[in-house]
Design a binder for this molecule. Structure first.
Ligand code: SAH
Length: 226
């Protein structure tokens, strides 16, 4: 009996098979990812359905790949690291994601926390992500087309905020929309120079603690709608 075409596309074969995903998990473990729940979520989430078919054979390399509109799908190691860091700090319910892109990080988060709110400035990317995530059957995701510098005030405050494009400085609105006791992961710095992935914890209305998790390379957080 053959699988329905839709399901077969998710499972993949050859370079997009479960074996390819398992190999990537071994690599991520060697790079220091420790959380079994994060590794298993990546293991069973098909990354190849988020990218163009022509690139599918590279879907389980630990690399960023183009997704159109001059943007990239994040490197699996970075997705795993950001997710693991948020979970390790106890984030489980609401997460605001800035930079939906193709929706891969969104898909990982949606399987691990209660509700994801995701903001993107490029309409074509947001629409593609909505289609892919609904095909995967993920329902606890709300989409918003906007400049993520403003966050998404309507649903604030958030227990977690994850920013997948780099501003030069942390946008003040995002700091305000973080719940007291909540955590924000955000890459900060110029494109093509050293960026720091920072974890910012809000201790009180005015007291924030910031620590550097890793040196990273993200596309820039741009101003306004595309
Ligand atoms: N999270 C994605 C990574 C996408 S790359 C993944 O899992 O692969 C970063 C994304 O941030 C791009 O889609 C880009 O369009 C978006 N972006 C850049 N500046 C933005 C802004 N000001 N507001 C919202 N999204 C922004």
């Amino acid at each position: 009996m053959s699988l329905p075409p839709k399901l077969a596309r998710f499972i993949g074969s050859g370079m997009t098979s479960q074996r390819a995903r398992d190999r990537l998990m071994t690599h991520l473990q060697a790079l220091g990812i420790q959380s079994d729940v994060v590794l298993d979520t990546l293991r069973f989430t098909p990354r190849h359905v988020f990218i163009d078919e022509a690139l599918a054979t590279h879907a389980y390399d630990n690399n960023a790949l183009p997704i159109g509109f001059g943007q990239t799908i994040s490197q699996p190691y970075i997705v795993a690291l950001m997710t693991e860091t948020l979970l390790a700090r106890g984030v489980t319910d609401t997460v605001l994601e800035i930079g939906t892109g193709c929706g891969y990080q969104t898909a990982i988060l949606a399987q691990l926390v209660g509700q994801v709110y995701t903001v993107e400035r490029i309409a074509g990317l947001s629409q593609n992500a909505q289609r892919t995530l609904s095909e995967l059957g993920l329902k606890n995701i709300a989409f918003h087309l906007s400049d993520g510098h403003w966050g998404w005030a309507e649903h604030a405050p958030y227990q977690g905020i994850i920013v997948t494009a780099a501003p030069c400085e942390v946008p003040p609105e995002l700091l305000q929309q973080l719940r007291i006791g909540g955590h924000m992961l955000i890459p900060v710095g110029q494109q093509h120079s050293t960026q720091q992935l920072r974890c910012i914890t809000r201790h009180s209305h005015t007291d924030y603690h910031s620590e550097c998790i890793e040196h990273v390379s993200f596309v820039p957080l741009r101003e306004g709608l595309a």
